[in-house]
Design a protein around this ligand. Structure first.
Ligand SMILES: NC(=O)c1ccc[n+]([C@@H]2O[C@H](COP(=O)([O-])OP(=O)(O)OC[C@H]3O[C@@H](n4cnc5c(N)ncnc54)[C@H](OP(=O)(O)O)[C@@H]3O)[C@@H](O)[C@H]2O)c1
Length: 259
């Protein structure tokens, strides 16, 4: 895989992706808005002997997004693995949220995933190798919020991309985690989630990232970490649409918080 570019690397799953990839000897390009957190992580990883580059970028800003896309297109120090990980939950219903927040969510979790996958796939296919890993959510199975819709798009997009890339040497994988203990639920709107759901429903970032990277190595297209969440995904699929909608209506915060 060579060098990996990870979005949302300043904390949570992204930081764990960077640590595990560096642990396997991969150089990394770390992308997020928090410059100080990226600098601290780059220093930590450089001490282990890998090259750690930082790209401070707000993926909701078109100019910043293009800088990241340009880095993926740069063949002088090629990126062999793109991890589209940056994301966030608003924790409010669509009609309650500010449009600017909805736009940012769409930009970071849909537009940026498409733009960076495009740049990466175009750079990787002539080389005949490379991998794209997109971070979705088990919420993609719920169809009850814009967050769930964005994450559903990530699943469908990645499956289509994997099909298109077949035979090129480049792969596309999507990971659909359930609840993970990260700073995702730090906001006032989402904090209550930590107490609302029992400990056994929460996964550790180390495990989710290890499963996702194993999936990439095995060229899997869809990865759902943990047996429990795999069973849940199947069970949700078996519930008829009208019943599922009725059960979830009025619980709009559900998928926003990855419940
Ligand atoms: N935690 C869960 O329960 C869970 C479950 C399923 C899926 N996920 C998904 O996993 C991914 C990572 O989430 P996490 O749990 O690690 O959350 P987190 O700890 O809150 O980390 C989110 C990361 O995204 C970055 N980010 C957010 N907005 C950005 C922007 N505009 N531009 C650039 N970077 C931005 C943040 O960096 P800066 O703030 O520094 O920019 C941060 O590094 C997300 O896609 C999330 O939807 C999480």
């Amino acid at each position: 895989m060579g060098r990996a570019l990870i979005t949302g690397a300043s904390r949570g799953l992204g930081r764990e992706f960077a640590r595990q990839l560096a642990g396997r000897g991969h150089d990394v390009v770390l992308v997020a808005r928090s410059a100080q957190a990226l600098e601290e992580l780059a220093a930590e990883l450089s001490d282990t002997g890998v090259e750690a580059e930082i790209l401070v970028a707000d993926l909701a800003e078109p100019g910043d997004l293009e800088r990241v896309a340009a880095r993926l297109a740069d063949d002088r120090s090629p990126v062999g693995l793109l991890v589209n990980n940056a994301g966030f939950g608003l924790g409010t219903g669509f009609t309650e949220s500010e449009w600017a927040d909805e736009q940012a969510a769409l930009a970071v979790m849909v537009t940026a995933v498409a733009r960076l996958s495009h740049a990466a796939a175009r750079a990787m296919t002539p080389r005949g190798r490379g991998a794209i890993l997109n971070v979705s959510s088990i919420a993609a199975t719920l169809a009850n919020s814009t967050y769930a819709a964005h994450k559903r798009w990530v699943v469908d997009f990645t499956q289509a991309l994997a099909g298109e890339l077949r035979g090129t040497g480049v792969t596309a994988t999507v990971v659909m985690p359930g609840f993970v203990r990260t700073s995702f639920h730090d906001s006032e709107e989402l904090r209550h989630m930590r107490d609302d759901y029992p400990a056994f429903t929460w996964l550790e970032a180390e495990r989710v990232v290890a499963d996702a990277l194993r999936g990439v190595r095995r060229r899997d297209v869809v990865v759902v970490p943990s047996v429990g969440y795999r069973a849940l995904a199947v069970a949700i699929g078996l519930v008829p649409g009208p019943l599922r909608r009725r059960a979830l209506s009025g619980r709009r915060g559900l998928a926003e918080s990855d419940r």
